[in-house]
Design a protein around this ligand. Structure first.
Ligand code: ADP
Ligand code: ZN
Length: 602
């Protein structure tokens, strides 16, 4: 396994869980993999594909992502192809021939195409494994529901012996259960890797008007000289107007939204991937399938509709593991508009709830990364130090007793209540429902009378954010206590709450001058030489355009940085750089060491 990892992908070791996942697939057993964007999911099925006889069939809903993956595999000397509606039929026929002849190690296929081929092509080839990428699309609880995905049960019905590995970057518990059920996974093992992306900085700007937003964006981009970034906007018009504003200031930028023709969208995507434009202003549609590894920043001009969308969108930045910055603008106007959309949508209660969680992130007084991680059921006990709240910490006090009162009330109702009922119980409010359910007879009824209802709402919000309980969306939004919650309830840990300073805060903020934050510098090692890096980057660009592939597929930013630090002058040393496999070593070694030698000589 390690040998194959090194020779094809150029890496010395596995990331957490990769090895366990690969072993599971090699044992022909099913599994579900949850890893954040950039976590290294692809290798979990690509490596087994290389180690097994036959062809691995990868179901992916995103045509642009397939293209990117196939290019990246080919650039590492691995035979791969894609069958989808974007190819012309000659191309598809060639891919089918290669499959039948057993030449392809990996076949990427769209779900529609898979259903067409299930009784034909798939029966004619030896399938080593099925990988179902973006598996959350299967569930209507997820945020990217795709009806074609609900028929993926056919995989195990037709090929019960072939193992299935389902992969996703976003799935709450309900979605996870849905994936397992709908794919008929057999005794599946679920692997959940940490969703933490410590290289992404987090910041929120509250209540900015357009003029302030624009000034902030221009300053931000000036601090990211020449570095690629995405600005997500809520509407098509907004993408156009922000792009015009940037162009006026001499920034190369494009727009991407559903109102453009597929050709126009492809052109923007390709300009961005190939570094011909620095910025893309996009509606949420952008970046779904983008694999560009050197996006160095993401700005949300408007509030996203859910934490899943938000996390996936900021996840476009820093996929190569290098530092990247994210910034969210949060305004009441956005919130009102999004609430309206959510209320009018088909899945009203789910969408409203999701929006509220997004709102809590934006309004948070505690470490923003903890909120994100808790949202994905990952309780984190430490503040991150790389978000705006951590950098400007609020006041805390020991809120253990307050938290215990609330948690105990939840327990005494057998976890059959939502937030507003909880507040009513704590405050000792007699309502028809409380009397009917006999909650007024509970020991905790009225135990929190000394705290006003609006403060309870705030504390409960904090408790949710601290991960003491979760909300069960599909069970009337009832509250479910977590392990961290039990720890507080039974006095094993204490609960640090943030002091509520509602009134003073409002007045203080008005008169407060905006704090000018210093942006974190790129994590450039001291020994790195910028002109060498630029020379390598130019060479990479030339090689990429000769082959008509994106620059980051030739070599990633990370590899370029490593090269400019360790400056290898032999092909052997070049091949020892992390991220350079056999194929790239032979193909690019000579060109790169020539540039390095020239630099060293000078
Ligand atoms: P995902 O599909 O989870 O978003 P990718 O599979 O694209 O993530 O991996 C993200 C990046 O991490 C890629 O550049 C990939 O080559 C790199 N990577 C994956 N596994 C390893 C590893 N074991 N060591 C170093 N880099 C890795
Ligand atoms: Zn933090």
């Amino acid at each position: 396994m390690i040998q194959t990892l090194k020779s094809y992908f150029g890496y010395e070791s596995f990331r957490p869980l990769q090895k366990e996942i690969i072993e599971r697939v090699l044992q022909k057993k099913d599994c579900l993999v949850l890893m954040p964007t950039g976590g290294g999911k692809s290798i979990c099925y690509q490596l087994p594909a290389l180690l097994c006889n036959g062809t691995a069939v990868v179901v992916s809903p995103l045509i642009s992502l397939m293209k990117d993956q196939v290019e990246a595999l080919k650039a590492n000397g691995i035979e791969a192809g894609a069958l989808n509606s974007a190819n012309d039929e000659t191309e598809n026929a060639e891919v089918r021939r290669a499959c039948v002849a057993g030449r392809l190690k990996l076949l990427y296929i769209s779900p529609e195409r898979l259903l067409l081929e299930i009784d034909y092509l798939l029966k004619d080839i030896q399938i080593s494994l099925f990988a179902v990428d973006e598996a959350h699309c299967i569930s209507q609880w997820g945020h990217d529901f795709r009806p074609e995905y609900t028929q993926m049960g056919v995989l195990h019905q037709n090929f019960p012996q072939v193992p299935i590995i389902a992969l996703t970057a976003t799935a709450d518990k309900i979605t996870r259960e849905d994936i397992i059920r709908q794919l008929h996974l057999n005794e599946p093992q679920t692997f959940i890797s940490s969703f933490d992306r410590p290289n992404l900085s987090l910041a929120v700007k509250r209540g900015y008007q357009q003029k302030e937003k624009h000034k902030t964006i221009l300053d931000f981009i000036a601090n990211h000289h020449g570095e690629s970034g995405i600005i997500y906007c809520m509407s098509r018009n907004k993408t156009e107007s922000v792009a015009q504003m940037l162009q006026k200031h001499g920034i190369r930028c494009g727009v991407y939204h559903a109102g453009l023709s597929p050709q126009q969208r492809d052109a923007t995507q390709s300009d961005f991937i190939n570094d011909r434009i620095q910025v893309v202003c996009a509606t949420i549609a952008f970046g779904m399938g983008i694999d560009k590894s050197n996006v160095r920043w993401v700005i949300h001009y408007n509030l996203p509709k859910s934490i899943e969308s938000f996390y996936q969108e900021i996840g476009r930045a820093g996929r190569d593991g290098m530092t990247a910055d994210t910034l969210l603008f949060y305004s009441l106007a956005d919130l009102i508009l999004l609430t309206k959309f959510a209320v009018e949508s088909k899945q009203q209660s789910i969408n409203v709830e999701k929006l509220q969680r997004m709102q809590q992130y934006a309004e948070s007084d505690i470490c923003r990364r903890r909120i994100l991680l808790n949202y994905f059921s990952e309780t984190s006990d430490k503040d991150c130090g790389n978000c705006d709240v951590c950098k400007n910490p609020p006041q805390r006090f020991d809120g253990t007793v307050i938290v215990q009162k609330a948690l105990s009330a939840i327990v005494r109702t057998n976890q059959q209540i939502g937030v507003s009922m909880l507040v009513d119980i704590l405050r000792g409010t007699f309502s028809a429902e409380i009397v009917e359910k006999e909650f007024d007879k509970l020991k905790t009824f009225g135990a929190g009378r000394d705290i006003p209802a609006r403060d309870w709402q705030d504390y409960i919000l904090q408790m949710l954010q601290l991960g003491y309980f979760e909300i069960a969306y599909n069970e009337k939004n009832h509250l479910r206590i977590t392990e961290s919650g039990s720890n507080v309830l039974f006095g094993r840990t204490s609960a640090p709450l943030v002091t509520i300073v509602r009134i003073e805060k409002a007045t203080k903020q008005k008169g407060k001058k905006p704090v000018i934050e210093k942006e974190l510098p790129m994590a450039m090692p001291a020994t790195e030489n910028e002109s060498l890096f630029e020379a390598l980057r130019t060479l990479r660009k030339d090689l990429a355009s000769q082959e008509a592939i994106p620059a980051y597929i030739v070599l990633t930013d990370k590899v370029l940085h490593l090269l400019s630090i360790s400056r290898p002058t032999t092909i052997e040393a070049f091949g020892n750089i992390s991220g350079i496999g056999e194929y790239k070593k032979q193909k690019y070694g000579k060109d790169f060491i020539q540039v390095i030698k020239q630099f060293v000589d000078e």
